[in-house]
Ligand binder design. Structure first.
Ligand SMILES: [Zn+2]
Length: 172
C-alpha cells in the first residue's frame, strides 16, 4: 500500500482499486488529533481491504451504479414531475434508490473503519491515553454525518416513492 497526498479539503480516502491511501494536505502534514483520527480511519479502510471485509467489497462493487444513480436521479425526478411524466419519475426513483442503497452499505463500512482505526491507534501508542477520547469523538462525529446523510436520503426516497405512487398506491 502507498500513501500519497491528494488535492483539496476533505479529499481523504482509501482507493481499493489502486491500493493507495490518499490524504488531504491538511491531514497529511498537521500533527493534530483530528488529522491522526482521519488518517487512521482511512487506514482502517485499507485494513478492511486486506482482511477481505465483505461490506467494503460490496460498497466498491456498488460505486458505478451509485454514481450513475446520483447523477441521473435529480434531473429525471425534476423533469418527470414538471412534465408529469410518470415513467421518468419512476426511473428517477429507481436511480435515487440505487444511490440510497450505496449510502446504507457505506454505514457499516465507515463505523467498522473507525473501530479498526481506534484499535490500531491505541495498540501502536500514537496517541496518549488522554488523547484517545478526542480521537474517538472526531471519528464518532464523522460517522454521524454519514448517518444524518443516509437518514435524509431515506426520507427523500420515501417521499418520492409515495409521490410517484410506487408505494401506497396513491398515484396523484
Ligand atoms: Zn471512511
Amino acid at each position: 500500500m502507498r500513501i500519497e497526498t491528494a488535492q483539496g479539503f476533505l479529499s481523504d480516502h482509501y482507493d481499493p482499486r489502486s491500493r493507495v491511501l490518499r490524504l488531504s494536505p491538511d491531514v497529511y502534514s498537521t500533527p493534530s488529533l483530528a488529522a491522526v483520527g482521519v488518517a487512521a480511519h482511512e487506514a482502517g479502510h485499507a485494513l478492511q481491504h486486506a482482511a477481505g471485509y465483505a461490506p467494503l467489497s460490496l460498497r466498491t462493487a456498488l460505486v458505478p451504479a451509485a454514481s450513475v444513480g446520483s447523477q441521473l436521479a435529480w434531473p429525471l425526478l425534476v423533469f418527470g414531475f414538471l412534465l408529469q411524466a410518470t415513467a421518468l419519475v419512476k426511473l428517477g426513483v429507481v436511480f435515487f434508490a440505487a444511490a440510497v442503497v450505496f449510502q446504507l452499505v457505506t454505514l457499516p463500512v465507515e463505523f467498522n473503519a473507525s473501530r479498526r482505526a481506534l484499535a490500531a491507534v491505541e495498540s501502536v501508542g500514537i496517541l496518549g491515553p488522554d488523547e484517545l477520547p478526542g480521537a474517538r469523538q472526531v471519528l464518532t462525529a464523522a460517522a454521524l454525518t454519514y448517518v444524518a446523510a443516509a437518514v435524509t436520503s431515506v426520507m427523500q426516497l420515501l417521499y418520492f416513492l409515495l409521490r410517484s405512487g410506487m408505494l401506497g398506491g396513491n398515484d396523484e
